[in-house]
Write a protein that binds this ligand. Structure first.
Ligand SMILES: [Zn+2]
Ligand SMILES: [Zn+2]
Length: 236
């Protein structure tokens, strides 16, 4: 378990424990958007976490998936039992969630991919409808202040969410944050590393102070400068 208690990143933005990752809840008045769904079996953790931040699962209007990997989309089917919230994903990853395209093996190392392949279907869980297929530049349904930023590389349809009025970026697996340092996404699970770094460079066009990750605690201060330093270092 990545973390046991919900944490408030800033007003109205919370991170909640799920299996194998953390999910983010955006609370705006009565409307709640969940970013990612954790690994299969995460629903009860997420419902409990929502309760602990004073939100009921009925308030969920949208579940936005940052990318199709099973530790982000696997919990969707479980959540569907509690909510009819609209499921949102980037157009380029939606086909995997929908089952129109076979999930590619996330391991980029040939031996690891071979070893993992027999168990992968169990992690992915059943295919799910995608109610809204997003493009970069779209705003989230029911939450106009949150913009989809297409950040391909980790997967073709990886998307980050930009909460403009709070200066917060939710990046899924587009970035790592280890021992106080930002890093590009893990080579082992990233389909196109050069494209992933180019996506990070494009994030520098936005104004933000805070970054929320899926597998690391949030970086709450001076995140844009940290990202600029990292992108420059990676280029050299
Ligand atoms: Zn991933
Ligand atoms: Zn992940």
């Amino acid at each position: 378990m990545a973390l046991l208690k919900p944490t408030e990143v800033t007003e109205g933005i919370f991170q909640l424990p799920a299996i194998a990752s953390r999910v983010t809840a955006l609370v705006s008045g009565d409307s709640v958007t969940l970013v990612d769904a954790g690994l299969k079996g995460s629903a009860k953790w997420i419902v409990r976490g929502l309760g602990r931040i004073g939100v009921s699962v009925e308030q969920l209007s949208t579940i936005a998936i940052t990318h199709h990997h099973p530790d982000h989309s696997g919990g969707l089917s479980g959540l569907r039992k509690f909510t009819s919230a609209k499921i949102v994903a980037h157009r380029s990853d939606a086909a995997v969630v929908l089952g129109d395209k076979l999930a590619p093996n996330p391991y980029q190392n040939r031996l690891a991919a071979l070893l993992a392949s027999p168990v992968l279907p169990a992690f992915y869980g059943p295919t799910m409808p995608v109610d809204h297929q997003m493009d970069g530049g779209n705003n989230l349904p029911f939450m106009e202040s949150v913009q989809v930023i297409h950040t391909p590389g980790h997967t073709p349809g990886s998307m980050s969410l930009y909460v403009r009025d709070k200066g917060v970026l939710i990046v899924g697996d587009a970035l790592e944050y280890r021992r106080g340092k930002l890093k590009p996404p893990a080579r082992m699970f990233t389909e196109d590393r050069n494209q992933a770094i180019e996506s990070l460079r494009q994030l520098l066009e936005l104004d933000f102070e805070t970054i929320c990750f899926s597998h690391f605690p949030a970086l709450v201060k001076d995140a844009k400068n940290a990202l600029r330093d990292m992108v420059e270092e990676t280029a050299n």
